[in-house]
Write a new protein. Sequence first.
Lengths: 533, 304, 309
Amino acid sequence: MTPSPHHAPPDRLSPREPLRRRTLLRLGALGGTGLALGPLSACAGPTGAPGPGTLTLGLNRSLVSLDNKLNQFDAAVTVQRAVRQALTRIGPGMRVQLVLADRFAMTEPTVWSVRLRAGVRYSDGSPVTVEDVATAVEMYGKVNGSFLLGLFPELPTVEKTGERTFRLHTRRPVTVLDRLMANIHITPAADNRPEELQSGVGSGPYKVIEANSGAGEYTLARNPRYWGRPAHVYTVRVRFVPEEAGRVIALRSGELDVVDTLTPDSAEQLTGLPGVIVQETSGARINQLFYNFRKPRGHPLADPRVRRALTYAVDGDALIRDVLTDSAEEAQGVVPLALEGAIPTGGYTYDPGRARAQLKALGAEGLRIRVIWESGEFAADSSVMEAVADMFRDIGVRTSLLQFEPGGDILKWRQGRAGDWDVIGNGFPGTTGQALTSLQGMYGGTPERERTRDTYMGYVVPDVQRRLEDAATETDATARARKLADVQHTIWNTWPSLWAFAPKTMLARRDRVHDLGLLKLNSYDLSAVRLEA
Amino acid sequence: MASVTSTPAAPTERPSAVTARDLARATATRQRRGARFKIWAGSVCTALVVLPVALAGLLPLPDANAQDLSERRLPPLTDGHLLGTDQLGRDLLSRILHGGQVSLSVGVLAVLVSGLIGIVAGSAAGFFGGWVDALVSRFLEAQLALPLLMMLLLVVALFGPSVTVITCVIAVAQWPEVARLTRSLVLVEREKPYVAAARVLGLRGWSVLTRHVIPNVVRPVSLVVLLLLAQAVLLESALSFLGAGPQRPFATWGRIISDGQAYLTTSWWLVTLPGLVIALLVVGVNLLGDGLRDRTRRRKGARA
Amino acid sequence: MATYLARRIGQSLLAVFLTLTTVFLLLRLAPGDPAAAYAAPSATAADLARIRAEFGLDEPLITQYGIFLRDLCTGNLGTSYSFHASAFQVVMDRLPYTITLAVAAIAVTTVVAVPLGVWMARRADTKRELGTNVLTITGQSMPDFWTGMMLLTVFAVLLPVLPASGFTSWSGLVLPTVTVAVLQLALVSRLVRREMTTALAAPYTTVARSRGVSERALTWRYGLRNSAVPLVTALGTRFAALLNGVVVVEVVFGWPGVGSLVVRALETRDYPLIQATVLVTATLAILVQLLVDLAYPLFDPRVRLGKAA
């Protein structure tokens, strides 16, 4: 009835021009439609709800690759390990479990003897070889800016001794090599590159059948040739849901089956909802309000007594209870107690009166404190900072807050190259499950490294560094534990943090998901997870 | 109804078939009524937001930054918190009003700056034509093709998220609209006899423009500027939402909403109420601008 | 026609080029270091220097710009830092999602706003028309991220009937589309109303009416046909603007489009990716504008391209 504009009587238009114009238009329209709809049909099914045999995971950061050479966020490990495996892994209770290796033992202080499990194969049927391991170690070593590389005091060299056996050599004793090797994922040597692999096979219980790394979406299917016990769930879909609110809503409605790395607020929102189970365990990460250790001598903050006095101003209980909604534990040591080798060394006390009195006694009245942090450094970061600023006001310390957006210049500030600051909100992960690695990462700074500003907020205490080094190379387990305990007390007494807490590892799942063994390292074994029909 | 019409009604004894009822139904009357309603409703909505924001300091409200962790996320109408409290136990009403001072001043300043740039660039382009016009017009076109919000985010990242930077950024985003309108209006004015007269009297180009032409276009342009204020407030809140708002502790409307987003399913008021306030203000300003425009347009029509 | 096209395309290319150059400079002048965003927090100064060299960021700005131009001429937009893949490809992977959202939003806007505008023109200045007008203005006045969150709360939380985020099914398109459409309803419906009012009051309409043309035909064939050019222009401009960024809506709904990509790319200071995004979206936006201009004569045969402009 309604004449569409396209049906304009042709005699009104000059004969040649419109044809060309129309051709152009038509081409444009066709191209646009093709462009718009082509890839979509592959991604979108008719309904949004996951199927009965499909487990859908909602990650809050985009998984760029199923390789881990550069990925640093813990939750990615769950998916990455389902596809590619390492010689070992950190299992429940932070214990080392053997995966591709069936023997991994220290035979001399600097030599480890390893044997590959018989019959381990990649999803394409080819066997896992010693050469693959050697290449993997080499490739990880060549990656620029790798987080994992920073965990290794030195990379081992591989010496092949048989069809399935080899030795790992280090120059100095690396007592936690079996744990560190859990981060080196093995893939066929011919396809390995010193970069994050976008494709390629692994030996894990799942194989990738669809990947859109740009959108962070992956579909995994059970690997029919898996060498071990096959996984329970047939298909796993991995989705990237950037907004926390979106993840919460999607889990509520059943669009997602599992959301990991919950923020305290989402955990609170999800707890008690029908069909949703919130799982938690203590965490290996520590979030600190760390002091700036690059203050000149004579500055109040260069004095551990002032640093200590300021800690009395922070009402840790209120922060944990009200701001972090009981989703974290106040630190009782310099590293989280969930780590192996960590000991309690003391605690934070809330006593604003004492804070004020001691600051006065130390002649540090009228302090001005500038707190810096990057948005998203830890959950509820800005609330914590605003609350701390308010607590400082109560003891007469004036505070200014400086929040950086991701991608901004916080690194320059951290290194003291951009501006002066006093306290930084910062998180440190406990990837290896070992107190030693975290301790060395934070407190093992040397004057040489400080020259290039490569220490942790300028923390350089030669005595601490020496004793950490000593503990790291101690091959006797009991002696190592004792040395480690001693040095933790020493560090505590330097009062490195205004306040610190270990966030709990939290995850929420639909109640149809069973046997999800959440580890303190914020990952779980995907192949053990079952779905209720 | 018919007897209370406010039209300049003719005396009843006038011999005409046009009754007062007809007059009340006439398009002109209805248009005027519509414009009046918009102006009235717009003013009320705007005042409902602007007055409390302006008087925030005088109202008996808790300090916008006074925290009480034991009173966090209280729903509205509890314990003397009219709109409840936020995630740190701060009074939400007080935060919205004090935040509004930042958001509104950014909006007003931005609009003033963009109005100024727009009028200068637009009238110069329209009046002088030639290369000035080409330059300004190309600029206008180029800005249309720009991914605006992304550029704004970049610029804020470049110069740091201070109130000044954000104001300037919004002004730069908005000047094309003013410039385009001014240019078209000046193009019309330029041809009018009084301009020729001024020239004959020996006035130079710039003085003709500033003393004679611009005063004649300022009124319609200022209406558009009012409408831009609405957009400026929205843009500021979008920037704050994306993390490019003024540094803490400045509470802006966008920041309050984005902070409250984490509590969307449990504490509805943290997102809903600040959003409502923004919407109320923007609706008010839009209606006001719309009504004023309708009125002037009709007047002009009547004169013509 | 050919000269007109050539000039338009030439101008467009220049605009894209200037935009790209601006972005190139802005990125490199802004604080933040791609290497720092790329590397682990534990990376040493030496690590960072190596990464900068790998990205070619250790060269002087002018050399970097030269390399950028050279690569641009060969169609190479560089490798995205964070995706380790061709930046162009990453953008193209995301583009369909943004186009889908933009097309859907424009379609919904048209389907709702055009009849609404026609209705408003025919009922001009009645109370109901005024009420509708105020309603659409309200839609335009709400911050888009807030509208999105409200819709989420109602349709994904209170009555969980629609998915909250992402594009896993076509139903996921509903909420973002509505959010965008609500925003532009006022603009388009008002435009249609204004044009229609003018057209219906024009002498030729009176003539047609006196010749017995039905009211329906008057409205649609005479009135709407005459509003077509401004309408298509407005819709085209809106569409181009949507391609350039429904950033906020994409972020709220976790929509895997170009807008959320660019926010992420900014956070990682992924220069090649940002440049590729700008190039692709700006080109597309300009192309859409061009197509709209080319389409004018289809709607209004009086328009002759190249002469009016």
